[in-house]
Design a protein around this ligand. Structure first.
Ligand code: SF4
Ligand code: SF4
Length: 334
């Protein structure tokens, strides 16, 4: 990893994404995660709950008949009643739109909470990187791979249920069985491969919902905050090293610089933060082992000063702005 520090303590970090098999030597996030996951943590339960709610909704809406299209036997459903195809399709579209609206409302209050705690695609990445955890014995590695494959299977099945009655996987005619199993297995393989190899790069630069979240100004009161008033930070950098999307958790109010893919460059780090809590968990672990005083990183509501608030005021040169191509001096009120 190379760290370049610019403007006070605001770090811009670059490190390669480690392909499977190279994790043993270089995967710093993996090492930190391995250490902190040995201890039970409240976040484990909360993330399991969040994912259960997401998968539960994805399964229940079509299976209950609230909204479903059935490309197998034409048993389309809307509001628990059999309906023609176009009404079933309209129900599916409205259902998907309502789920997006729900996540956007969560975004207004809690920023990107959904990314860290409710998004099954993020969880696929989490299971995928478990396989690369440094120091695993072969049996543990296989178990991690099986867990990831099972979760990928559950996610694909839940999405498939919106478009076809899942009983086709057992009761379908030979052609229907071939198509249904072919789609299922190919989708599970792709989803699993996403978690193993693409992983957080998708969240960083290619997720359209994440792009929306980065674009709108998410909650500033809720999120990861660096409470450094008591100077309890031991500057161990564990938080930096564990962040899956290469942010600097202590400096989330600062610009995050250039970002990959379709994400927005130079937005505050807070806009890109998944609010996954990994940095907070790593920080709690470090303070418990080596530090003293309150844990400096917090995931929650906070209105106190951030580290950026404590940086020296910008010099005159730094305070130049470009407006429509013309340099404009910013004059601080006296
Ligand atoms: S800054 Fe912390 S909460 Fe945000 S994405 Fe990084 S590790 Fe997760
Ligand atoms: S993990 Fe906590 S103690 Fe370590 S550098 Fe980050 S904020 Fe400071």
């Amino acid at each position: 990893m190379v760290s370049i520090h610019s403007r006070g303590a605001v770090p811009m970090r670059f490190y390669p994404w480690y392909p499977a098999g190279m994790a043993g030597k270089k995967n710093i996030r993996g090492k930190v995660l391995r250490a902190i996951r040995r201890m039970k943590h409240r976040y484990d339960v909360r993330r399991t709950l969040g994912m259960s709610v997401s998968l539960g909704i994805l399964f229940l809406v079509p299976i209950s008949g609230l909204a479903r299209v059935d490309l197998w036997r034409g048993d389309h459903a809307l509001l628990f009643r059999s309906v023609p195809f176009k009404h079933g399709l309209a129900g599916v579209i409205v259902g998907i739109a309502l789920m997006y609206v729900a996540t956007f409302l969560v975004n207004l209050i809690g920023g990107r909470l959904f990314c860290g705690w409710g998004c099954p695609v993020g969880q696929v990445s989490r299971f995928g990187e478990d396989v690369d955890t440094p120091g695993l014995r072969p049996r543990q590695r296989h178990l991690a791979a099986i867990r990831g494959a099972l979760f990928s299977g559950a996610l694909v099945l839940s999405l498939l249920a919106w478009w076809v009655d899942l009983r086709v996987l057992v009761l379908g005619s030979p052609p229907a069985l071939a198509i249904a199993w072919g789609v299922l297995l190919a989708s599970v393989a792709l989803t699993y491969a996403h978690g193993r190899w693409w992983r957080w790069r998708f969240c960083m630069g290619y997720c359209p919902i994440g792009l929306y979240y980065s674009f709108v100004s998410p909650s500033k009161r809720f999120g990861v905050h660096f409470r450094n008033q008591e100077a309890s930070c031991i500057e161990c950098d564990a938080c930096d090293n564990v962040c899956p999307v290469e942010l600097a958790p202590r400096e989330l109010m600062a610009s995050s610089g250039e970002r990959p893919g379709i994400s927005i460059d130079d937005a505050p780090g807070r806009n890109h933060c998944l609010e996954c809590g990994d940095c907070v968990r790593a920080c709690e672990w470090m303070i418990e082992r080596r530090g003293d005083g309150p844990v400096p990183l917090l995931l929650g509501f906070f209105s106190g000063p951030q580290r950026l608030d404590e940086l020296p005021a910008p010099t005159e040169t730094e305070a130049r702005l470009e407006v429509d191509g013309a340099a404009v001096e910013v004059v601080e009120p006296s």
